[in-house]
Ligand binder design. Structure first.
Ligand code: F6R
Length: 260
């Protein structure tokens, strides 16, 4: 894992955007895996700015989102469909048919999950997966003790995740208990992963992901087995890392050709 510690979340978001933009320029028909939540907002703002100011072209890009709440129609204000439209898709020139987000109102959820996996394969696989991390170490909505080999399926949220996400809903009771999420195996198949984490509340989960033992109790720790992961942190999110000085040194000493 390559850990990149930036002074602020704004700077970390810009580094993440530079990584995504490089791929989009080099491979205009790349397949992006996308996350929702508060963390990727700066990344999406910067990608939208690059589209407007620099003509970054998303017209041939295909996207697959990690997850969606079961029971929320796509036009529900708290759905991840609405989130993605508002925060990214309405701001760039993405082609409608190339957007994929699990359908929380699917009648046959297992069949829908299988079809989602098949669509990823048909698209040629995910080139770059953007990830946030839950304060309990989840990626996607693969909660602690999820199978490290899991595929897209229905999951039950922990109370901690429901509490964390209540801010997006009028009432805590409105947060759905079930979600559809890409599995950990699905995420691990991506060509590269870019994990973003900001704030002290994420520090323990980040330490578990980067330095802790590989364990299903911290699902993100499986990323230690992925050959190409960049972890972008602000200082508070990096505060529990034992080897932070080493990660800074690696970044400072990087040859020019390896830089973002
Ligand atoms: C969202 C997702 C989740 C979030 C995580 C962090 O699509 O898959 O794993 O990335 O819950 O959420 P925030 O960024 O709101 O702290």
């Amino acid at each position: 894992m390559e850990v990149i510690i930036q002074p602020t979340r704004e700077e970390a978001g810009r580094v993440a955007a530079a990584i995504v933009a490089r791929l989009v320029r080099e491979k205009p028909d790349a397949v992006l895996g996308l996350a929702t939540g508060s963390t990727p907002l700066g990344l999406y703002r910067e990608l939208a700015r690059m589209h407007h100011d620099e003509g970054l072209d998303f017209s041939a890009i295909t996207t697959f989102n990690l997850d969606e709440y079961v029971g929320l129609a796509p036009d529900h204000p708290a759905s991840y469909h609405t989130f993605m439209r508002k925060n990214l898709f309405d701001q760039i020139n993405i082609t409608e048919e190339r957007i994929h987000i699990p359908n929380g109102s699917a009648q046959d959820i297992p069949a829908h999950c299988l079809a989602y996996e098949e669509a990823i394969i048909e698209a040629g696989g995910i080139d770059l997966q953007v990830l946030g991390i839950g304060s309990d170490g989840h990626i996607g909505f693969n909660e602690p003790t999820s199978s490290l080999a899991s595929r897209t399926r229905i999951k039950t949220l922990t109370q901690a995740t429901i509490d964390d996400n209540a801010r997006f809903f009028a009432n805590r009771e409105d947060v759905p208990v079930h979600v559809i999420t890409m599995g950990i195996g699905t995420i691990m198949d991506a060509g590269q992963c870019v994990v973003l984490a900001y704030g002290e509340a994420k520090a323990q989960a980040v330490a578990g992901m980067v330095e802790g033992p590989l364990t299903a109790i911290v699902p993100a720790s499986i990323l230690q087995m992925h050959p190409l992961v960049k972890v972008l942190l602000d200082e508070p999110a990096a505060s529990a890392l034992q080897k932070a000085d080493y990660y800074r040194r690696v970044h400072d000493m990087k040859p020019e050709w390896q830089r973002e």
